[in-house]
Unconditional design. Structure first.
Lengths: 467, 467
């Protein structure tokens, strides 16, 4: 395929055919996911670049893999053979902030934290805060419907998407969603593209709802002898009407990895811990009352220690410790055979005890593996990480089996195979197990209607739903 | 068409062919919208009834018009010639309330207020409160993505829909959406059915997010010499970070109608008024501060009077007055020629001044018409009602022209043709003007993919988008 016509249609330098550069852009942060060989990398500088790329790809039936910052954890941004990698990273302008309407409009390449910083200057906040908040783009957040720590009170990306400009498979540009606080003119198609992982179109502009700056929270931690008692605390506290602004779980294995990674002062001998924040909707007394209710639930579930602090530095240190799970896990993995698979199941909150018990059973079943779990516990969303010797085929097979058993347990408890990391290539086969036959058929019918030539991110989320 | 096979497939008595009963079920609350002649009414008692009806209709290519309580204002539930009216009103059970997960699951025929009452027993709340809250069903609320008075702070129906069970055009049953607080397994298809007005499938079960019981609000009113100064207050207050729990506008013409309808004590000589509630997220002092900020904005915009009360009875009387707009308008219409068209435009909050000025111009342009406007002002959502002599063809034509001019003004100000009432038959022609060409094509492609035989509510929302 001669790319000269594409090169001519795009901004200068947008098409990159250097093999090293392409290789460096061919995978996201997912581990053990297949990576194909791309034909070229296109760095879009404008909506017109995206349109021209898709027109060309559509005409010649070339696969297109849209990419933001490639920080995803499911391989959705990985190259497929012969594809054009379409990077939106250079389209990183904040188009506008509208305090009266309570919205901001951005290009897809804007980094989540950069947007938060810009909004703070206006006394505004965009709450969704995936673990990758410092490095992931809003476009990628929209494509994966990213979650994070604040979701338990403040919701996920989808809750903030008001309007999208999208380039469709044939290169046509459309504006979907509503221009106003409310609006019901036509189908709710903006939401169809949120979480579609690049399989339906390429998001080129995003209008997000924003909120007044979030209040400063109070923070508490509770230390438990085991995971199940921490899980019981979450279920009981949420059932009693708890409104935490953050409710994170870290098990003893992961605490060990964090302490080995940096000096965060986490309790070394804990079986598990919970970090909870409450902001009382801006009222200190209400936040204190929230944390008292949490402390009572923790003690009733056997917590050995419950502490809270009004010092923002203590709170920041705890959140930094939670955010260190990812690099600490990487450090541990490198030192222990190199293999790690990060799972992402979500169950109803009342089933958390059973889910943690199931993870413990999987851990016990495979002596060659180590399983460490952190969780956005208030949402019922667990991230068990499975560590293994990547050089040992038996260990690799065991890790994959453990990974599957955890998802199976989640489904059996009425949960989902992915709470926030997405399907990508990693869980494409599992999606068919979660969806019922009519839902599978509906997914395929809509995919065919929107992308009739199947050029958008083939072999990913929707690839294994059957016919 | 012989309906005997359908009758045999359904619950006893589900198929009604009595012409009077059919006629009584052939229209919703929309005025001046076409009403066809239905072939029969099906009163579904179960999901299986809905499936059997759609299988039969699909096989014989018979149009199906799904109906809840028929309280819609756009004719979406009106009969089309030869159709089966499919009423979900008898499926009115509350399936379950889950305080731990913060959800409830209901059949579509449950009345919104009945659900609110049931939730209150558990200390829970389902906020969306369309004007029809006492008579409209949750299924209808989902089908139209209903809004209401609380949206300005607590959002619309779509914000609360977690999971739907839907019967598709061919009678297949599917479960869409997520079972858990978070979930990204597959496309966000539940949201596709929210607001689809019966054109894509029939919702047979709804799982909604619920929240802790809403705090008791404080209430204030401000009286203005004219609509534009009230609109300016809204823009200024919202721009300064206002978080009202309710922010309703009533113009002088409509105040007159309300005072003529009942003794609500509204200021008779006002040009316009705003009713505002603040709940301070449960804190009285924060609610008071909110109302102080509102009062300051109102005075700065020329309010002649600002009052507030902590007595819940005063608040209830004011809300009752606001909810009396609909019957008061009907009473006025009956006494003044019988004709009324209720419009429903939504504009960005900063354009409210211009929008009210545009409505005033339309009012002045047609001396034979009376225009009275209420508005969910905090959302930028206006309901100008056009009153006219239904027996006078010139007045009817003028009313239709005024109705169109108001939508045109809304679009020109960056707004939408419908904030919450929906498209139905009333605005099907206008939808094509709001959507861009690619969005129109996308709507049609998805409609064809999901309902290939076009049996679901034909001639309504998606009928005039062209090919």
């Amino acid at each position: 395929m001669d790319l000269a016509p594409l090169r001519e249609a795009l901004s200068a330098g947008a098409v990159v055919e250097d093999a090293d550069v392409i290789a460096a852009h061919s995978a996201d942060h997912a581990l053990f996911s297949p990576v194909g060989t791309a034909r070229a990398l296109v760095r879009a500088h404008s909506i017109e670049d995206v349109q021209a790329t898709l027109r060309f790809a559509h005409e010649h039936r070339i696969p297109v893999v849209p990419q933001g910052s490639r920080t995803g954890l499911s391989g959705a941004a990985n190259a497929v053979d012969g594809c054009l990698l379409l990077s939106l990273a250079k389209m990183d302008a904040i188009v506008g902030i509208d305090p009266a309407e309570g919205t901001c409009t951005v290009q897809p390449g804007v980094i989540n934290q950069a947007l938060k910083d810009a909004l703070a200057d206006h006394g505004l906040s965009y709450p969704p805060d995936p673990g990758s908040v410092a490095i992931s783009s809003i476009g990628g957040n929209v494509a994966t419907n990213a979650g994070g720590l604040c979701c338990v009170k403040y919701g996920v990306t989808a809750d903030y998407v008001r309007r999208l400009r999208v380039v469709l498979a044939d290169g046509s540009l459309t504006t979907l969603g509503r221009p106003t606080a409310k609006g019901v003119a036509g189908l709710g198609l903006a939401q169809l593209f949120v979480g579609s992982e690049g399989t339906l179109g390429v998001v080129v502009e995003v209008t997000l709802d924003v909120v007044p700056a979030l209040p400063q929270p109070l923070t508490a931690i509770a230390v438990f002898p085991d995971s199940v008692s921490a899980a019981g605390t979450v279920s009981d506290y949420m059932t009693s009407g708890g409104k935490p602004a953050l409710m994170e779980f870290i098990d003893g294995t992961t605490i060990g990895m964090i302490n080995d990674y940096g000096d965060f002062g986490l309790p070394a001998d804990a079986g598990a811990m919970l970090i909870v924040q409450a902001d009382g909707d801006g009222t200190l007394s209400a936040a204190s009352a929230e944390l008292e209710a949490f402390a009572a639930a923790a003690r009733a579930n056997g917590a050995s220690e419950v502490m809270h602090s009004e010092d923002p530095r203590d709170s920041e240190l705890l959140i930094a410790a939670r955010r260190a799970v990812s690099p600490a896990s990487e450090k541990y993995a490198v030192a222990h055979g190199g293999g790690v698979l990060v799972d992402d199941v979500c169950v109803p909150r009342e089933r958390l005890r059973e889910m943690f018990a199931a993870v413990a059973r999987v851990d016990a079943q495979f002596p060659d593996l180590t399983v460490g779990t952190c969780a956005h516990a208030g949402d019922g969303n667990l991230h068990p990480s499975i560590f293994f010797d990547a050089q040992d085929p038996h260990a690799v097979a065991a890790a994959e089996e453990a990974f599957a058993l955890i998802m199976e347990a989640g489904l059996e408890l009425g949960g989902t195979i992915t709470g926030e990391h997405g399907v990508g290539v990693l869980k494409a086969g599992w999606l068919a197990r979660e969806l019922d036959p009519a839902a599978r058929a509906l997914h395929l019918a809509i995919k065919r209607a929107v992308d009739p030539r199947g050029i958008l991110n083939p072999g990913k989320m929707l690839a294994l739903l059957g016919e």
